[in-house]
Ligand binder design. Structure first.
Ligand SMILES: [Zn+2]
Length: 312
């Protein structure tokens, strides 16, 4: 059975190969953080029947936090292809905080221009915001978002990192709100680092699974309520993976995903907690965040003796 949401009958097959075994490092007997809510939507796509939330685990070895069980990569691929081009579109017609941070970092590190690949570029709004001195390329799974990006003149090189053949490397590889969607973040970083040029950088933004609010709220934290969010990293995970995959962390900072009026944060958080008390899983959990629960990281591959010496 597969997760074909175009069919009438519900058919949700989960990959139950490993629950408490870490998807990243293979460590056995990871810590169960809590049960995740079942989801009637996947990235805004209505599902024929709720997708079981599964359990949130924390690996005590590599510190990866992950949802388990999950669907197969083929099932996820079919779902992402059907996602609307409106789901992740920024409503305010200005850059999100992560987009603004990354643009500033790129312009400070590569003022003369650079070849940039945006993995998960969606409709291309971030690439479009960059000056014309940058060569812009994107990878996007969502078919309707890809059409919009191409209409806006962006070069989409493929729908998946693993379906494209890239003859050249890139000076900057961007993955905003991407790593939480991949089955194995360490494998993803290894593959991304393999296509970055010497002296190039990889820029990530994602939720920080070591954020104090997240650790307090555990599996009830807003960011892990989305069915499409399956893997969560942190500074500790990045530091461990830097040895595995051979990179340096050049820059690391926490930031708020969006700025909201204080009163709205208080009201939404109170309502969220009230709903959880009564066993309700509200859709507005996304709006309940108040802290700097996101992470921006700039990574550089250790490719030279100088790099290795620098990190020693
Ligand atoms: Zn692990």
């Amino acid at each position: 059975m597969d997760l074909d949401v175009s069919r009438d009958e519900p058919c949700l097959e989960m990959n139950r190969a490993s629950n408490a075994r870490c998807r990243g490092c293979g460590f056995q007997d990871c810590e169960a953080i809590g049960d995740l809510p079942d989801c009637s939507e996947f990235a805004g796509l209505a599902l024929p029947k709720p997708l079981p939330g599964g359990v949130l685990y924390r690996c005590l070895n590599c510190h990866l936090v992950y949802r388990s069980p999950i669907c197969t990569s083929e099932e996820y691929g079919r779902l992402y292809a059907r996602v609307s081009a409106q789901t992740w579109r920024h409503r305010r017609r200005i850059l999100r905080n992560d987009q603004a941070l990354l643009r500033h970092y790129i312009e400070s590190q590569f003022p003369q221009g650079a070849r940039i690949l945006d993995i998960g570029c969606y409709t291309g709004e971030f690439l479009a915001s960059l000056p014309t001195k940058y060569e812009k390329y994107g990878i996007e799974k969502c078919a309707s978002a890809t059409r919009i990006a191409r209409q806006n003149g962006l070069t989409i090189v493929g729908d998946d990192l693993y379906n494209v053949t890239l003859a050249e490397r890139f000076d900057v590889i961007v993955a905003m709100d991407v790593i939480e969607h991949v089955l194995n973040p360490s494998q993803f970083l290894r593959d991304v680092l393999s296509i970055v040029s010497d002296g190039g950088i990889v820029l990530l933004s994602t939720g920080d699974s070591d954020d104090a609010t997240w650790r307090e709220e555990k599996a009830a934290f807003w960011y892990c309520a989305f069915a499409e969010h399956i893997s969560f990293i942190s500074e500790r995970w990045l530091k461990g993976d830097s040895d595995v995959n051979g990179f340096r962390i050049e820059h690391l900072q926490n930031f708020k995903y969006e700025d909201r009026p204080y009163w709205k944060t208080v009201v939404m958080r109170s309502l969220t907690h009230l709903c959880w008390l009564f066993g309700i899983r509200p859709h507005f959990m996304w709006a309940a965040h108040k802290s700097k629960d996101h992470l921006f990281a700039a990574l550089r591959r250790k490719s030279t003796a100088a790099d290795a010496k620098h990190s020693a």
